[in-house]
Design a protein around this ligand. Structure first.
Ligand SMILES: NC(=O)c1ccc[n+]([C@@H]2O[C@H](COP(=O)([O-])OP(=O)(O)OC[C@H]3O[C@@H](n4cnc5c(N)ncnc54)[C@H](O)[C@@H]3O)[C@@H](O)[C@H]2O)c1
Length: 218
């Protein structure tokens, strides 16, 4: 029952949340004092009405003819996404993708710190990715406890993903960023976000196909 209540706490619908992330990124790129929904609309391709509606989820109100105070909006969105608080993360699967993620320097800017990398391949254990030594799976519990890790990233082949997820959960992880192309089964109080670049590419391919077909018929 309690698990269900946890999920109920998310009041902002997913499409709105996705747009708020887009606005957040945009606000970090500009150095105006105020920004209007019209300007944001021109730059982001979202209608001004939609932007104003999305901002009703925040405390900040726009001023007529001036717009929104950028710094206040930025702070509020930082808070919404927990950017100013550091969240400790571990990654399992130090392969092609796992290494690329560990090597990516951009997470820290958003309050995400990868504190350890794990793998079950004896050949890899002890080797370094960036400045992190690859650890054996038996160290999982100790590291999660010591660093109070909240999120686990899964970068193992799909055949091992559920088993790795189970291990993460038994050791106290409550949020999983899953890159394996498989639907993970988890209890209700655990959040899983699936990431799939292939799906995004297929969407892009689909749009290009549509465009080609349209041009053929014109
Ligand atoms: N979501 C995306 O857009 C996207 C893009 C690329 C790859 N992937 C997926 O990410 C995963 C990793 O891809 P890759 O190319 O890096 O693979 P890879 O084979 O290079 O790396 C996988 C790593 O996982 C380790 N591993 C396997 N089973 C394990 C277990 N039970 N416990 C701990 N470690 C284990 C392996 O030793 C290896 O180091 C795959 O599931 C792949 O399909 C997703």
């Amino acid at each position: 029952m309690q698990n269900y209540q946890n999920k109920e706490l998310i009041l902002i619908p997913k499409p709105t949340l996705d747009r708020l992330k887009l606005y957040h990124r945009f606000l970090n790129e500009i150095d105006f004092e105020y920004v209007s929904s019209e300007i944001m609309s021109q730059r982001l391709g979202v209608s001004p009405e939609q932007i104003r509606k999305d901002f009703t989820y925040l405390k900040t109100m726009g001023k007529p003819k001036v717009g929104y105070h950028v710094e206040t909006l930025r702070k509020e969105l930082d808070e919404l996404f927990g950017v100013r608080k550091t969240t400790k993360v571990i990654l399992v699967g130090a392969g092609h993708l796992g290494k690329a993620l560990v090597n990516y320097p951009g997470f820290t800017q958003y309050g995400i710190e990868i504190v350890a990398v794990f793998d079950n391949d004896k050949e890899k254990i002890g080797k370094f990715v960036n400045d992190l030594a690859i650890l054996p799976m038996r160290d999982l519990r100790r590291v999660i406890k010591r660093f109070e890790v909240e999120i686990g990233i899964i970068c193992v082949p799909k055949e091992s993903a559920q088993q790795v997820a189970n291990l993460l959960l038994t050791n106290g992880i409550k949020g999983i960023w899953n890159f394996a192309p498989v639907r993970l089964l988890v209890p209700d109080d655990v959040f899983v976000v699936d990431e799939d670049m292939i799906q995004s590419l297929l969407t892009l391919k689909h749009y290009l196909e549509l465009k080609k077909q349209k041009e053929k018929h014109e």
